[in-house]
Design a protein around this ligand. Sequence first.
Ligand code: ATP
Ligand code: MG
Length: 400
Amino acid sequence: MRKAGTVITQAWLTADGAAEVMGALTAEGGIARFVGGCVRDALAGRAVRDLDIATDQRPAVVVGLLKAAGLKAVPTGIAHGTVTAVVHGRPFEVTTLRVDIETDGRHAVVEFTDDWTEDARRRDFTMNALYCDPDGTVYDPVGGVEDLKAHRVRFIGDPFSRIEEDALRILRFFRFHAWYGKGAMDEPGLTACRERRADLGRLSVERIRAEMMRLLEAPAPEWTLQVMAEAGVLPQVVPEAGALRCLGRLVDIGESDALLRLASLTSRRADVLTGLAERWKLSTKEKVRLRRMAAGETDVPAGLSDAEARAQVYWLGPERFRDLALLDWAADGDDRRHLVALAERWSVPTFPLKGADLLRRGVPAGERVGALLRTLERQWVEEGFEAGKAELLARLQDID
Ligand code: ATP
Ligand code: MG
């Protein structure tokens, strides 16, 4: 396979279990190379996250080699040739060289191969088909290094047929552009994405959501999203999306949370956010959070005093207050930095009274206990959270 003439000299090549996995896979004369994101990110000078490995050893052999070296082997996707090696709790995805011989846009029928260039050709973009030996020697079978340097996301082979095989590549094209691209998008790739956009309808919502969330987390995704909108791709996956101005402001503010950025694309109507959360099958926690980003009764005006803001933080909770402050700031452009900071810094006090305190003071058990507690809590909040337990109890006789 074509060497790139570049050598990576970074600690991850051997650190934290990598040397053990590579050692195990090559123990019987096989070849194992790092592939994809880790090689790309190392060459781009970015932080390397998870390590994916390609090998000419067949999956059953991979399992045997890992076990023989005393490592854990989990057959996570054995039908597609993927075994996850786990060392000290750290996972490494090990995939046998393969060709995808039949695809219906969702499931691939695979055939294993010994040919590294064939394995490269089934991958999506040139910058994702980079390999490196355990000693750091880089292999570049399809011209990924040059494209990476030129900030050009380019399909391997004919974009139309690559999208026909797997429509997720449309979203990956934009996602990788948002992270690695600069300037105009590769025209043949963009044209194919535009013309094949209806294929997105065949994808599972989980795959769409995962790609879109990672796209939204990119440092500055608004231009990419703008192109997606103009190409008719964005409406296919987020029909709720409208103007991108609020997202642009969130980016300028320095906020990269994907859920906030997602909400900022929409009208933030409660029913719209609820519908989106349901369709994307978000986790319960995310569903609740997204719904609570709805614009409406609980806006956070830029002009809130610190005292008013603390009361709001108390009632809404710091997370919701912060979310609303940021979204309202993004919506009207009025700086709410001080409010965001307050929500992050201020530790919310606990109301000092419990129902039991009132019962001990002779209030009969019943609805009145709750009503009294709520009245006293409101007073306590309005007065700046200062009154202590004794002072609050002393007020009991003055409340009818
Ligand atoms: P990151 O993990 O930083 O998002 P990555 O390149 O590792 O980037 P993964 O989604 O983990 O991306 O995929 C690993 C590799 O598998 C990719 O680099 C690419 O070579 C290949 N790949 C992943 N998904 C596809 C796909 N839908 N079509 C073709 N190849 C793919
Ligand atoms: Mg990866």
